[in-house]
Write a protein that binds this ligand. Structure first.
Ligand code: HEM
Ligand code: CU
Length: 577
């Protein structure tokens, strides 16, 4: 008897009444604890966010300088690292073990790695909040934190690396125990892409954090002292920092495919193309890290242009492919559902009141139209000089990782609550508005950041009025208005984030347990995809998606206008002749 059969016999699996998947008990518990840890980190991050927003709003300017920098550090770490990565660990257990009817091969190791990650995160937060690590989440030397801060990051990363290894092991076990038929589903393939990139990312993390840890200890061994070169640090750190964004993108795209399938029965238009696009991420994304070094003196223009144009565009191409195939799949699925009138009936009559669908589609639009367009533009060698270190940069990444990834993860949560926590969603009526509140708020504050950045307002900057400084700095009159809109959007996004926390925590602790009876009678308060799961495998040969084609041309027009406006702006700053 194989280990898998023994596990099945021992009652370690249940069958999901909605998806008919075999759910391994440890995998399910691991999804739960990682999701809870993610929401906790999000709570810390969003509390810091509102205080930062009220500080950057020049008219209010809430925090003192030291707490501003401390909370920028705490916010970046808790959001981008702890919230996002804990959630991704949950996705890896879901995609690796649950979606393939498989099991986590060595549960003790999985729990140990969760412990490492939790201890690492707590250690980091402890040192940040006690003021011993005011180094921002990039911790560029010569800024130096307490050694335990670096150790905390290392523990967190080792834990994440082990979980990634366990994901690969899940795939091997599933194949060996033949728990699924045919090739692995596209969503699992996307998770595999994220996992492969994460190995590359974490190796760079080790290369940079271990020497920095030694340097922070100030040890002298036989006359040798660890030192860290600032330029080398930036190069290797960004091989970690940027590649990890590609993990987020790959995970987000997988969630889009997953949610498209369970909310409207979206079709995968072409498996080969979608899979090839994922492979492009793996091949080219690391080189694109160079866009973080465009104004650094240590590298020549040839190196910069080569890495941030030709190679980066191949990774961008991959996102553009998914940006087409996901909505096209939704369109074809909706047309098969009978919404065939005109060009856009499929979109108008989509389940916009299902937070799983609206969150997914808003994430797609925000990521593509705002995140993609602004990212490619500021990642251009020449244009970077007018955007670098201005608020345009956080404006850009709040549309990718917040309006895109975080919103997609929120949308998925409304399905995780009934499918994994087996609870009904409390306040489902209110939950319908949550993606709009969060997505709308993020859009307003990020666009305001971008505009403020175009006026020259710096990022990571406590006091742009330079009170008591010897020199005077003036901004165009629009800058103050942009900062006020930043605050307005930030407050709305904060409320959306708060609502997300209340609904998820409330459902997990106080939601009605989801019974099969209530589910069958259609009484359960859960998103519509769970009440009526649309067909998941649609073999119909239909590739007719005219609405999406129009959206694509609108996208290209927006991109062209924004891109060339920036060249025009550059030509005005930098007049030759
Ligand atoms: C309610 C939602 C959010 C609001 C209102 C918000 C607001 C802000 C503000 C005001 C800053 C400081 C910008 C500056 O002064 O330079 C900031 C920085 C940042 N945010 Fe957010 N944010 C939100 C959500 C998120 C999420 C979900 C993530 C990641 C998943 C994230 C990642 C970051 C990062 C990485 C930084 C840069 C930190 C640094 O410069 O060291 N934010 N955010
Ligand atoms: Cu980057």
């Amino acid at each position: 008897m194989s280990a898998g059969t023994i596990a099945a016999a021992a009652g370690l699996f249940r069958t999901c009444p909605v998806t008919k998947l075999k759910v391994h008990r440890d995998a399910e518990l691991l999804v739960k604890v990682n999701a809870v840890a993610a929401v906790l980190a999000f709570t810390v991050g969003v509390s810091a966010a509102i205080l930062l927003v009220l500080t950057r709003w020049q008219a209010v300017h809430l925090l003192p300088a030291d707490w501003y920098y401390r909370l920028v550090t705490a916010h970046g770490l808790n959001m981008l690292i702890f919230f996002i990565i804990f959630f991704e660990m949950a996705i890896l257990y879901f995609a690796g073990a649950i979606m393939l009817n498989s099991r986590v091969p060595t549960p003790w190791l999985a729990w140990l790695s969760f412990g490492l990650m939790a201890v690492g995160a707590l250690l980091v937060d402890y040192l940040v909040f006690t003021g011993r690590a005011d180094v921002l989440f990039t911790s560029y030397p010569p800024l130096r934190a307490h050694p335990l801060y670096y150790l905390g990051i290392i523990l967190f990363a080792v834990g994440a690396l082990v979980v990634t290894g366990l994901f690969f092991a899940c795939l091997v076990v599933a194949r060996r125990e033949k728990t699924y038929e045919g090739s692995m589903p596209l969503v699992v393939f996307g998770a595999l892409t994220a996992a492969i990139i994460s190995v590359v990312t974490l190796v760079h993390g080790a290369i940079i954090y271990i020497p920095t840890f030694l340097w922070s200890l100030d040890l002298e061994i036989f006359g040798w002292k660890a030192n860290v070169d600032a330029q080398v640090y930036r190069m290797i750190w960004w091989a970690l920092g940027h590649s990890s964004q590609q993990i987020n993108v790959a995970a987000m795209v997988s969630v889009w495919y997953l949610l498209g399938g369970i909310t409207v029965g979206a079709v995968v238009i072409n498996e080969k193309i979608s899979r090839t696009a994922f492979v492009l991420y793996i091949l080219f994304i690391n080189l694109a890290s160079a866009h973080h070094l465009l104004v650094d003196p240590g590298f020549g223009p040839g190196w910069k242009i080569w890495n941030t144009s030709y190679f980066m565009y191949l990774a961008v191409l991959a996102s553009m492919i998914h940006g087409f195939t996901v909505p096209a799949g939704v369109e074809v699925g909706q047309r098969l559902n009978g919404f065939v009138k005109g060009t856009f009936e499929w979109l108008r009559k989509a389940p916009w009141s299902d937070p799983g669908f609206s969150g997914m589609f808003l994430s797609l639009i925000i990521f593509g139209f705002l995140g993609g367009v602004t990212g490619v533009t500021i990642g251009t060698e020449q244009i970077s000089i007018i955007a670098h270190n201005t608020l345009r940069v956080p404006g850009h990444f709040h549309t990718t990782v917040v309006g895109g990834t975080a919103l997609a993860f929120m949308a998925l949560t409304y399905y995780v609550i009934p499918l994994i926590f087996r609870r009904e969603v409390i306040w489902l009526k209110l939950a319908r508005y949550q993606p709009y509140l969060f997505g709308g708020g993020v859009t307003l504050f990020a666009v305001s950041m971008i505009v403020a950045g175009m006026f020259g307002v710096p990022r990571r900057h406590y006091d742009i009025s330079f009170t008591n400084a010897l020199f005077k700095v003036e901004y165009p009159p629009g800058a103050d208005l942009a900062l006020a809109f930043l605050a307005l959007g930030g407050i709305v996004a904060f409320l959306g984030g708060l609502l997300y926390i209340l609904i998820t925590v409330g459902s997990v602790f106080f939601g009605t347990p989801l019974t099969e009876e209530r589910l069958q009678k259609g009484l359960a308060s859960v998103p519509q995809g769970i009440l009526r799961l649309p067909p998941q495998e649609r073999k119909e040969e239909s590739h007719y998606a005219p609405g999406t084609v129009i959206l694509v041309f609108v996208f290209l027009a927006v991109f062209a206008i924004y891109y060339f406006t920036n060249w025009k702006m550059l030509s005005q700053v930098w007049q030759i002749g």
